[in-house]
Write a protein of this length. Structure first.
Length: 576
């Protein structure tokens, strides 16, 4: 399988090259990439490939880059993914790299890496049908202590690994065992938090998993994928489930990374192909060591993946690419950059209207709602706006996920008793600051908010207007202050405002608006892009308040505004 897959990947990288000279240069490039920390660009951030001529050498180069010495190494089968998918949290537990092997023999690059890193103990993932006794014997001949973790199948192996990671976990990740991307997407955060990764088939709960669950007291289970990937029949057998949705593996990857954004560092970006498992598998151990997420890409990465990359790259000093140019061409990395954004990308930033509607109960603990994103012309561009650009929370204890491909939000209530209570859904655009709420008790089935910034093409001020333009009016447009968790503990209040000049034009984004100061007696306020963000004083419990008064003043002329906003506690987190 290895030779066939690698040959296919290699040939794909050569199809666009028509001459013998180009072929030779390509081979030279692949060989040169075996050297770690090769800088591909002089600009910030530094882009570094960790790659070799095949997956085994790539895993070795990742290990050498992340570890100068390691007492432990995790050894996984390089030919197929099932047993290896749950290995990353165990690698983190032992501060160990993940190396790859064939079934019948230990690749020379893997052997040399074990020697160079002065490894003493090797944990083998999988039974002898996957990694033979001959490989284990070879390791022992090298003077290494070996331990084998395995079960009768991939599901039992994942349970065995889970028990080694954490004997009494309070949280689980549940992913399909029939494909690899979702397991790889959760691997970094699962490793950092020492949360086991449990594999399940689509519609049958394995007995080994049932037995494992019976020994645990789990307070939260993250189920990755919708009911087309893991059926409700299976998901409902896990306690306190929260589904992480997404139209495809790339959307789910970004949603996972965004869900746990406060747990990750922001100095580095780690990229791997989503079209093969091997490089990403070895890379997950490296990501966990850096406390960074792994981002899956392909030769034409979706808009939400590019948007996520662009948000992170602004603060990152390093980009690590797992795999050679035959797997991830340099042009793919270049195309992720903001300067190479397509018209479609800029369109997603030009929208001005959000709509919420059709809150509908669909299960004992689940409800859905529709949301729409419209551009300045009224065109529906919901599917083009990545879920990472929007954040949704609810006024009852629950989790809220968004699926841009369908324009559907899903509320998973913590308690079935809450589903019949009135609920307020708040949707925030993290780019423009648009905030919109839908109150189920208001009697209205829909809500719409249009961002006050006028399309520049339709409102061009005359020279006389721009020469004497000044702040004439400040309006706090919200009637309620949404109280949302910023990091699981601190509570932040959100509201919206607009600024108009003497001609009635919206100048919220004008530099003039920078001289407006908002104040309140319960905390400190920062305001930009029409969004008020209130950080409460440490001695203030915002949920004990009924309302908050906010005043705004334009420092250069004394134009003021004053609003008393009702407090609405929301359950969930908004990050930006």
């Amino acid at each position: 399988m290895e030779n066939k897959e690698e040959r296919s990947e290699f040939l794909m990288s050569l199809r666009k090259r028509s001459s013998k000279l180009c072929l030779i240069l390509s081979l030279i490039t692949l060989i040169s990439l075996a050297i770690p920390t090769v800088t591909l660009a002089n600009s910030s951030p530094t882009i570094t490939r960790l790659a070799g001529i095949d997956r085994y050498e790539t895993a070795s180069q990742i290990a050498r880059s992340g570890w100068s010495q390691s007492d432990y190494a995790i050894l996984a089968f390089g030919g197929d993914y099932p047993d290896a998918l749950s290995a990353a949290p165990l690698a983190k537990k032992f501060n160990a790299p993940i190396l790859l092997t064939d079934t019948g023999s230990l690749p020379s690059t893997t052997k040399q890496t074990l020697l160079d890193l002065q490894v003493k103990k090797v944990v083998i993932i999988g039974g002898t049908a996957v990694i033979s006794q001959a490989v284990e014997s070879e390791l022992q001949t090298m003077g290494l202590e070996t331990t084998r973790v395995y079960g009768n199948d991939r599901y039992a192996t994942a349970v065995q690994v889970a028990q080694q990671v954490n004997s009494k976990p309070s949280t689980l990740f549940v992913v399909t065992g029939e494909d690899y991307p979702d397991a790889l997407s959760v691997a970094s955060i699962a490793s950092m938090k020492q949360i086991p990764i449990i594999l399940v088939p689509y519609d049958v709960m394995p007995d080994t998993v049932k037995s494992y669950l019976s020994t645990l007291n789990v307070s939260k289970t993250y189920v990755v994928g919708d009911s087309d990937i893991i059926s409700d029949q299976v998901a409902q057998q896990f306690p306190n489930t929260v589904r992480i949705l997404g139209a495809d593996k790339y959307a789910r990857n970004i949603l996972i990374n965004q869900t746990f954004v406060t747990d990750f560092n922001s100095d580095s970006i780690c990229l791997a192909t989503g079209e093969g498992f091997a490089d990403a598998l070895a890379g997950t151990a490296y990501c966990a060591k850096l406390s960074e997420p792994i981002t899956l890409i392909n030769n034409d990465s979706p808009a939400n993946t590019r948007s996520y990359y662009q948000q992170r790259v602004a603060n990152a000093s390093h980009v690590y690419v797992f795999g050679g140019t035959g797997i991830i061409p340099d042009s793919v990395i270049t195309d992720l950059n903001p300067s190479n954004a397509t018209n479609g990308d800029s369109l997603t930033k030009a929208f001005k209207t959000l709509r919420l509607s059709n809150l509908t109960k669909v299960g004992a603990t689940t409800a859905t709602f529709k949301y729409q994103v419209l551009d300045g012309t009224g065109k529906d561009i919901t599917s083009s706006v990545p879920a990472t650009q929007l954040s949704a929370v609810a006024s009852v204890k629950s989790s809220v996920t968004l699926d841009p491909s369908k324009g559907i939000g899903t509320i998973t209530y913590n308690s079935s008793s809450d589903i019949d209570k009135p609920v307020i859904i708040t949707l925030v655009d993290l780019t423009t600051g648009i905030v919109i709420s839908l109150d189920s008790s208001s009697g209205s089935d829909s809500s719409s908010y249009t961002f006050p910034v006028t399309d520049p093409a339709s409102q061009v001020p005359t020279p006389s207007q721009t020469s004497d333009q000044k702040v004439s009016k400040i309006t706090i447009t919200s009637t309620k202050l949404a109280i949302i968790s910023s990091d699981g503990t601190d509570k932040i209040g959100y509201a919206t405002y607009i600024v108009n000049d003497q001609y009635g034009a919206d100048i919220t984004e004008s530099p003039l608006a920078n001289d407006i100061q908002f104040k309140t007696n319960v905390g400190t306020i920062t305001a930009q892009h029409g969004l008020i963000k209130l950080e409460f004083y440490p001695n203030i419990n915002p949920e004990s308040l009924t309302e908050v008064t906010i005043t705004g003043v334009y420092l250069n002329s004394g134009v003021t505004t004053n609003s008393a906003l009702d407090i609405v506690p929301m359950f969930g987190e908004i990050t930006n």
